[in-house]
Design a protein around this ligand. Structure first.
Ligand code: UT7
Length: 315
């Protein structure tokens, strides 16, 4: 499969580190030096499903296709206002498609897992054109009095249309259960049979453990995928890595012994937008003209679970 079109939509509201310092015991200096983030786009009046539909329509337009051409829609999402129906069905209706659709929750690595599902459907002869939409609002998961988590995230939606061609060279995925490192708990409706006391718990994170996992997993995933497809790190034109922390990205550069110039970043003014992060970066740099036809691109993402994955694609 090959990437035929991309699109992304970000919330209007820009929240700077100084704005956070007005109600949190934090500073622009701390956040920027520890994470790279200077500002982030945060959902205010927008609805995530509208942003997802808009991103999907932009990607279809870019691909020169319409919703009727699609054989499958995959939506990567951790949380949104609906528990049911799934976001992919809302997107299907919003763009006027009629193909099967599914949601996946693979945290920040969702785009890589969706890419693998799309590729597998295609190889099985079940789908020629697939729409992947990553739509995330992690700012609705954190406790905004917790300076350790809420400063890290931003929201956004991004879509990729895949069609015929030899673009996807290889993908590898991994998972290692570590459920106490990055988690959120949601109370369901009470029933007459639930006797224990239950409480919602906003996003909790053991930051340093997640940091170590991310560096190790990304290095391993990228090296394995490159070696599987017989491409050397030096032969890669661009590394599009999940935008979680600029220090994680620098550690991956060091591990692969690759120059900073091959790693486009947008963490400075986006923050970590979970699974939307990689496809937003992909869309922005395609539209800027940085990623060109024939370029070899590595995508890599990691997140809660833990789950991670990497892909080697030719644009
Ligand atoms: O998509 C995957 C999701 N998550 C990640 O990728 C996150 C991975 N982890 C990280 O990016 C980093 O671990 C953080 C940015 C979350 C934290 O950076 P750190 O260098 O690991 O800091 P730390 O947790 O060791 O905290 C150092 C100090 C602590 O104070 P004490 O105990 O030394 O007095 C924290 O309370 O910094 C304090 N701190 C802050 N200070 C000002 C934590 N958050 C803040 C803050 N402003 N926002």
């Amino acid at each position: 499969m090959k990437i035929k079109g991309t699109g992304s939509v970000l919330p209007k509201k820009i929240v700077t580190n100084d704005m956070l310092s007005e109600f949190l015991d934090t500073s622009d200096q701390w956040i920027a030096s520890r994470t790279g983030v200077r500002s982030r786009k945060v959902i205010s009046d927008e609805k995530l499903e509208d942003m997802a539909v808009e991103a999907a329509l932009l990607a279809l337009e870019d691909a020169g296709m319409n919703a009727g051409n699609l054989d499958l829609i995959i939506c990567s999402n951790v949380v949104n206002e609906y528990i049911t129906p799934q976001l992919s069905c809302i997107i299907q209706g919003g763009i006027g498609a009629s193909c099967p659709c599914m949601d996946i929750n693979c945290a920040c690595a969702g785009f890589l897992y969706a890419l693998d599902i799309a590729d597998s459907y295609n190889k099985a002869g079940k789908a020629r054109n697939v729409l992947i939409v990553c739509a995330e609002e992690p700012t609705r998961m954190t406790d905004w009095t917790d300076r350790r988590t809420c400063v890290l995230f931003g929201d956004g939606a991004a879509a990729v249309v895949l069609g015929e061609g030899e673009g996807i060279k290889g993908i590898s995925l991994s998972a290692a259960s570590a459920t106490d490192k990055l988690w959120q708990y949601r109370v369901l409706q009470p029933t007459p049979y639930i006797t224990k006391e239950e409480h919602d718990v906003p996003l909790q994170m053991k930051g340093q453990d997640v940091f170590k996992f991310a560096v190790k997993a990304a290095g391993k995933d990228i090296s394995k995928t490159l070696s599987d497809v017989g491409v050397r790190p030096d032969d890669v034109d661009w590394y599009l890595v999940h935008q979680a922390n600029i220090r994680i990205i620098e550690a991956i550069q060091d591990y692969l012994e690759q120059p900073e110039s091959k790693f486009p970043v947008n963490i400075y003014d986006h923050g970590n937008s979970s699974s939307s992060s990689c496809p937003i970066l992909l869309d922005e740099n395609r539209r800027k003209g940085l990623l060109r036809e024939g370029d070899i691109v590595v995508l890599s993402a990691f997140g809660a679970g833990f789950v991670s994955g990497a892909a080697v694609i030719e644009m």
